[in-house]
Write a protein that binds this ligand. Structure first.
Ligand SMILES: [Mg+2]
Length: 184
C-alpha cells in the first residue's frame, strides 16, 4: 500500500479526531480524501507536524493525531525525545514510513535503509511504540485511541504518491476553522 491508500482506509477513524498533517503531498492527499475542519494541513515548516501535535495535545484534552512521514521525523529528530519526556496520553504520532521523501520526488530516506524509527523512538524513551504493516494501520490506530496512552506508530508502507490537487484554501481559513474545531 502507498500512503494515500492508508489514508483512505483510516479516514473514518480520523474524521472525529483533531489531526495535524505533514506538509506537502500527505496534506494534499488527506484534504482530497476527506477534508474536515478538524484537519490542520501543514503548508510550511517541514518536520514540525509532530511538535505542533504534541503542543496541541498538551494544551487541551481532546485526542490529537499527528500524521507525519519518515523524512519529516528525520528532519526534526529531536521531536522524539521531546515526545518521550512529555507524556501526553491524548497524543498519537502516526509516522507513515514509506522510506522516501515523497513530496520532493521519492528520494530514499535512511528510514528505508538501516535506520529503524521505531527503535529510535524506543531509545529516546517513548513508552508505547508500535511498528506495523500498512494493512494493519487502521486496527493499530484504533487500539492506540482506545488505550488512551500516548503512542508512536510507525507504519511501514510502499513509496509513492497519489495525484491530488493542491490545497487552495487560504492558510488563515485552515487555521481559523481548525481553532474553532478545537474549541467546539
Ligand atoms: Mg516518506
Amino acid at each position: 500500500m502507498i500512503r494515500s491508500e492508508i489514508l483512505k482506509e483510516i479516514a473514518p477513524i480520523l474524521r472525529d479526531q483533531l489531526v495535524v498533517c505533514n506538509i506537502g503531498i500527505p496534506s494534499q492527499e488527506l484534504h482530497a480524501i476527506d477534508d474536515q475542519p478538524t484537519n490542520f494541513y501543514m503548508l510550511g515548516t517541514m518536520g514540525l507536524a509532530s511538535s505542533i501535535g504534541l503542543g496541541l495535545a498538551m494544551a487541551q484534552p481532546k485526542p490529537v493525531i499527528a500524521i507525519d512521514g519518515d523524512g519529516s521525523v528525520l528532519t526534526n529528530l529531536c521531536t522524539l525525545p521531546t515526545i518521550a519526556n512529555n507524556v501526553t496520553d491524548n497524543y498519537i504520532l502516526l509516522i507513515i514510513d514509506n522510506g522516501s521523501y515523497g513530496s520532493t520526488g521519492d528520494q530514499p530516506t535512511y528510514a528505508g535503509k538501516k535506520t529503524s524509527l521505531a527503535k529510535v523512538a524506543e531509545a529516546c524513551g517513548c513508552d508505547n511504540v508500535v511498528e506495523c504493516r500498512d494493512v494493519d494501520t487502521g486496527r493499530v490506530l484504533q487500539e492506540a485511541l482506545d488505550s488512551k496512552k500516548m503512542t508512536v506508530i510507525v507504519c511501514k508502507c510502499d513509496s509513492g504518491n497519489a495525484t491530488m490537487p493542491v490545497i487552495t484554501m487560504d492558510p488563515v481559513v485552515i487555521r481559523d476553522r481548525f481553532m474553532k474545531a478545537v474549541q467546539a
